[in-house]
Design a binder for this molecule. Sequence first.
Ligand SMILES: [Zn+2]
Ligand SMILES: [Zn+2]
Length: 370
Amino acid sequence: MERQWVQVRRDLHQIPEIGYQEYKTQGYLESMINRLPQEHLHVEKWKTGLFVLVKGIEGKRTIGYRADIDGLPIKEETGYSFASQHEGYMHACGHDFHMTIALGALTEVVENRMQDDILFIFQPAEEGPGGAEPMQTSDFFQQHRPDIIFALHIDPSLPVGTVATKPGVLFANTSELFIDFYGKGGHAAYPHLTSDMLMAASAFNLQLQQLVSRVTDPLSEAVVTLGKMVAGTAGNIVAEHARVEGTMRTLDPQVIPLLREHIQTLLNGIEERYHCSTSVDFGASYYMVDNDSASVEQFKTAIQRTSVQYQEAPISMAGEDFGYFLKNIPGFMFWLGVESPYGLHHSKLQPKEEAIHVGIEAVTAALEKL
Ligand SMILES: [Zn+2]
Ligand SMILES: [Zn+2]
């Protein structure tokens, strides 16, 4: 049984596809699901994702379990014999594990029917532009809206055999940040006749870093990072254009609009001071993963009967669009230990495959006991 799931993971690992391009992935999932007895199954496509409903014996409640299915635009460097066949793309966030574990738990549920209806959600585009929010507006989801919902994410820093989560906020609110600065280029020796956008973007970055220390409440954690700055064409030409890209993360959802408002104010000042125009795009934003405390307690109790070890997790400033499910439905997300020397979104991420059966065990136990 275990070998079968390792093979499934390796099959999926070879065909990573980015958000809303997951056609081969969807086809592979469908082919696996078609092998199961179909009597109590209902499969519904949603864009490049799938809903799979397993009718329960009583069917009074519906329990939702979500697995994200997209890969990343990263060139794989694991050296695996089963490395990505899609050049420049990789399952570097473990979503191949997530899908395999969901298929494993789905098989368990089909073979040992549960009292409740179980809705498996194979969700596209977690890495962007986001699938959790639009997926919930579909008719199928509305008709089979779960009473409780959960999901897992692999954690390279945790040992195999361990899961971790916590009540309350687990993952942060996030928003992207893309800003263009448009000025006037010219000769480096005549700066007084130009509007230097390298200066404008640099000044903006310095002022931006004061928002967290002087605008947000010290008790509400926030971080703003510009990770990319591009400006100019040559050393002796004043830069006519600059672009910065970044991200902000907060634990209080109210802080994101506050930061956005102040960023716009800062840019108004930059425009005046540096004689330029700017345009800002806040890109994708994800709502925090806010775990329901009672659900986390039920999960702890459920896995006590298994060999899986539980740990209390720290808050992570990472983002996860599963937060949009938890915004509307009680539930939780947990980390699954996979022990990799390289972290998430790394070209050498090597999660241990022994963790797959641990994941299936934990998810199945939770589906039985939630
Ligand atoms: Zn990721
Ligand atoms: Zn991920």
